[in-house]
Design a protein around this ligand. Structure first.
Ligand code: ZN
Length: 257
């Protein structure tokens, strides 16, 4: 990874996206030269633009297994920001085990998905601690928390940090959870009717952004059939765009413990 230090970390996690060159179907050096000249971001990231996939709000017995199977087929390791209330049942615990067995990172998305900015300090602490308790030791030493809805402020940040967690937001929002209603009601952000094209456009914008030169964290939701049914095509589109999948949030300097 051209000097941005993504490779050296983390030692505790198995790595598969590590330094494998982007498999460009090259017939001649001319094609490679054209690729590098036309895609300056790829030139900065010769192994491909780094993406890390994250899935929030689950697990869901109806959809999470499908997501896990697709990730396994493509040898992608993701982060699952789970809700504690979904792990209390035996079915929930089995799904948690399946996520861990797939080599993915489990992370904290609170107990039942409240907007933390609306809760008192004690309630916030309880949301975090109860979820941590039901996850058990499966966070593998990495404590990442994503606030529901992305809502946080300095008070929430301080409580998250005091609980030992690192706030983990995202760069590319697929808007998977509301794309059906966007399509029905008309899309306020001018997204095309095609979900894959929309995500591709958001990814292309991130790839051009100098702020995101080190790669992007992608937000999705494994609780929706909508997402599970499109994940394979999404992954293939990202590969075509010149992205590669990074296995762990800890590869990014901004998410290091
Ligand atoms: Zn959420």
């Amino acid at each position: 990874m051209g000097g941005n230090g993504l490779q050296a970390f983390p030692a505790r996690h198995p790595v598969c996206g590590d330094g494998k060159p982007l498999e460009v179907p090259m017939r001649s050096s001319t094609i490679l030269l054209a690729l590098l000249l036309s895609l300056p971001v790829l030139a900065a990231n010769p192994e491909g633009y780094p993406l890390h996939l994250t899935f929030d709000d689950g697990p869901n017995p109806a959809t999470t297994p499908q997501v896990l199977a697709i990730l396994a087929r493509h040898e992608i390791k993701a982060t699952f920001f789970v809700c504690g209330s979904r792990l209390a049942s035996q079915a929930g615990q089995r799904l948690l085990e399946a996520i861990v067995a797939g080599g993915h990172q489990v992370a904290n998305h609170t107990w039942d998905h409240p907007w933390l900015t609306r809760l008192g300090d004690a309630a916030i602490r309880k949301q975090i601690a109860d979820t941590r308790a039901v996850i058990g030791d499966r966070e593998n030493g990495f404590l990442f928390l994503r606030p529901p809805g992305g809502f946080h402020d300095t008070r929430v940040d301080a409580l998250v940090a005091a609980a030992g967690y690192r706030l983990a937001m995202w760069d590319i929002d697929t808007n998977d959870w509301r794309f059906n209603s966007w399509r029905r009601k008309g899309d306020p952000r001018g997204a095309p009717a095609n979900f894959l094209a929309y995500v591709g456009r958001e990814t292309a914008a991130a790839m051009k952004s100098s702020r995101l030169r080190e790669g992007s964290v992608v937000l999705m939701h494994d609780i929706h059939a909508y997402t599970a049914n499109r994940l394979e095509a999404l992954v293939q589109n990202w590969e075509k765009q010149g992205c590669r999948f990074v296995d762990h949030l800890g590869f990014w300097p901004r998410y290091r413990p």
